[in-house]
Design a protein around this ligand. Structure first.
Ligand SMILES: C[S@@+](CC[C@H](N)C(=O)[O-])C[C@H]1O[C@@H](n2cnc3c(N)ncnc32)[C@H](O)[C@@H]1O
Length: 271
């Protein structure tokens, strides 16, 4: 009995630390990843990882490197792991967002900002839409280097409709550009960082908007707690069959939510 209890505690500690390094996923996703990683360590698959984790057909098709799950530092649970967004989910969510733009405001006027851009999969995909500019912000130097190489080959292949740039910085030190923004978040960091970002967003003059597209919105409740964001929609966006097959967590969809920042509503007044 004591032995079983010790094993149970060990397993729980292992899964907790794994959850910290892969960036707050549900227990099932953590377990799937743990099994895949163990199989990789046993020598199956390339990159020392199970193929589902190391490769994505998007990379093979476009000659870029955006696949894999790059664990974060277990001692720093606030900055999550790198894992590229599913291309089909990104495209579907972006098209849903486009439909919500107010009359007279096109995506051409809007700067797309990916906070936590990693190897740049989302910025590559965003550049296929007509944004004014596409900017990715990433703190890890080695991922920034890969993202910049990816952008160079993406642009050379003529796939980018908008200019793309990667800024090497912690998002907390990033200065937001002026004008309408679409801020993209794919489960990049913890609650404290997101709260600080929301507190220091610039203001824009209506009808220009500051919108947020949040995939895997674990800390979406922060938007609800504030008086200045309206939820435009929230959906389970399905992956296409190629992305579902490649998904490291064996998911077939992602929860996506879009918010729009308006004027701050007055809080309850003191009696
Ligand atoms: C889940 S990945 C998302 C990658 C990309 N947005 C995409 O969808 O393909 C999260 C990324 O956020 C980065 N990140 C986490 N905290 C950050 C911070 N404070 N400043 C900049 N980047 C950060 C991580 O290094 C990681 O590459």
């Amino acid at each position: 009995m004591t032995y079983l209890l010790r094993m149970q505690q060990k397993a729980r500690r292992f899964l907790n630390s794994l959850q910290r390094t892969i960036g707050v996923r549900n227990p099932w996703q953590v377990a799937v990843y743990a099994v895949a990683r163990a199989r990789g360590a046993a020598g199956q698959g390339r990159y020392g990882l199970e193929p589902r984790i190391g490769e994505h057909p998007f990379d093979l098709e476009y000659g870029v490197q955006t696949g894999g799950l790059i664990a974060s530092d277990p001692a720093d649970a606030t900055r999550h792991a790198y894992y590229g967004v599913s291309p089909s989910v990104f495209g579907r969510a972006c098209r849903l967002w486009q439909k919500t733009l107010p009359p007279g405001v096109g995506s051409e006027a809007c700067t797309f900002v990916d906070l936590g851009a990693g190897m740049g999969r989302a910025v590559l995909l965003a550049s296929e839409f007509p944004f004014r500019r596409v900017v990715g912000v990433e703190v890890k130097g080695e991922l920034v280097d890969v993202a910049r190489r990816n952008i160079a080959s993406w642009v050379a292949a003529g796939r980018a409709k908008s200019p793309i740039e990667i800024v090497k910085a912690d998002v907390l030190h990033f200065s937001f550009p002026d004008g309408p923004l679409l801020i993209f978040l794919y489960n990049p960091f913890g609650e404290e960082i997101l709260q600080q970002i929301l507190d220091r967003l610039p203001s824009v003059t209506p009808p220009a908007t500051i919108d947020v597209l949040y995939v895997h919105p674990i800390f979406g409740f922060l938007f609800g707690q504030r008086g200045d964001f309206e939820r435009l929609w929230m959906k389970l966006v399905p992956m296409d069959s190629v992305d579902a097959k490649a998904d490291a967590f064996r998911s077939t969809f992602e929860t996506c939510v879009a918010y729009r920042r308006g004027p701050r509503k007055p809080g309850p007044t003191a009696p």
